[in-house]
Each structure stands twice: as C-alpha cells, then as structure tokens.
Design a protein around this ligand. Structure first.
Ligand code: G6P
Ligand code: MG
Length: 214
C-alpha cells in the first residue's frame, strides 16, 4: 500500500516549467545554439549545471568552468526575473485538493525536486507546511535520473521506497522514481512519459471523484 506521496515541484505543483524553458532558450539563443521544446524535455528535472552541459553538447560548444558558472548564473537570474510575479495562483489545478485528500487518507507528503530555488518558491506559494519532508537540489550530489533525491526523501519520511508514490512531469524524474523502486504517476503527455506506471494530464484527474484510494 502507498504510505507516502513524493511530489516533484516544477511542472507538478507549480507552473514554473515554462519559465525554465524560456530562460534556457534565452541562453541557447545567446550562444547561437538551436533549442526546441524537445530539447527542453530532456532538461526537465535535471540540475542547472547538468542542463547547461546538455545545451552546450547540443551546440558542440566547449567552455571553461568559470564561463559555465557565469551562464548558469545568468540563466538563474532570468529565471528569477520570470518568477518575480509568482503567487498562489500559479499552483497547478488539483494540487491543493489532491494533497489535502492524501493527507486526510493518512499518506505522508514529501517533496523531491532538483531545484535550488525550491525554498523561495514554496514560500511564495505559502505551501511549506504541506510537506512532512522536503529534499531539494542543494541536498543531493546526483541529479535525476539518479534516485538519490527520492531515496533521501523516503528515508526522511520513514517510508520504504516500495510504499512511495512519485508524482513527476519529467522523463528524468520518472526514471529516478523507477530507479528508486517507487511507483510513479507521470503528469503530462503519455506519448512522452512512457516509463511511468500511469500518466494523467494533471493532478485534478487523481481526485477522489474519479479514484477510490491512493
Ligand atoms: C527542476 C526543473 C529543471 C531545473 C532544476 C534545477 O527539476 O524541472 O528544469 O533545471 O529544477 O532548478 P534550479 O531552480 O535550481 O535552477
Ligand atoms: Mg518537474
């Protein structure tokens, strides 16, 4: 039985995935590297530095470590610029109701995100108190698809991996959940998120009117 639900943040609870995309596209444009929605799909769930590596690889561009740090910082500054207007209205449909329903059913709630901006985002959305445990990009050495972030969260929740359900919008994140030995529901397009146990278009589809138990 499912005892814990571990949520990814960007693209699952909050509508920030598009801002990440806009910021990376801006980086790619400046570097004269072609960047499509399909390229972006590979960056979802992946740490900032690793994402930059993908972009540079795509453009067959090599760069010194200092310069990489500068571009990563620039990307984040643009991203934060897009985030400046973030508020509770950016919570994705069904997020609040689904989490409330899980809690009522006694399911523990975790956060498992690659983002180092998670603190700011949770605060803006006023949802810090939703989580029994939260693990973000500053607390792990490996990025998704490595299972570290989810295993760490399960550990903090005192729930065995096989009793955890992960909610993820990214291919890398779904692989991370599977690598952790967890169940995974993909949020998005089932033709893209083929490795998930099940795919829904949004958390609202998981609400109890359509589903009997977590
Ligand atoms: C999430 C997003 C990624 C992002 C990563 C790191 O996983 O899906 O697109 O690259 O977090 O985010 P950060 O906010 O630390 O740059
Ligand atoms: Mg995500």
């Amino acid at each position: 039985a499912i005892k814990a639900a571990i949520f990814d943040l960007d693209g699952v609870l909050v509508d920030t995935a598009h801002y990440h995309y806009l910021a990376w596209r801006r980086v790619a444009e400046r570097l004269d590297i072609p960047f499509t929605e399909a390229d972006n799909e590979r960056l979802k769930g992946v740490s900032r530095s690793q994402s930059l590596e993908y972009v540079l690889q795509k453009g067959k561009e090599s760069m010194h470590a200092d310069e990489k740090r500068e571009w990563a910082a620039r990307k984040n500054a643009w991203y934060l610029e897009y985030l400046s207007a973030l508020n509770e209205s950016h919570l994705l449909p069904g997020a609040r109701a689904y989490v409330a329903w899980l809690k009522k059913a006694g399911v523990r709630i975790g956060l498992g995100t690659s983002s180092k901006n998670a603190g700011v985002i949770l605060e803006r959305l006023r949802i810090q108190d939703w989580f029994d445990a939260a693990v973000d990009g500053s607390m792990v050495a490996q990025t998704k698809p490595d299972p570290e972030v989810f295993l760490k969260c399960a550990h903090l929740l005192h729930v065995r991996p096989e009793c955890c359900l992960v909610l993820e919008d990214s291919t890398a994140g779904i692989q991370a959940a599977k690598n952790a030995g967890m169940k995974c529901i993909g949020i998005g397009d089932k033709h893209v998120l083929t490795e998930a146990d099940r795919v829904v278009s949004g958390l609202q589809e998981l609400l109890p009117s359509k589903e009997a138990s977590p």
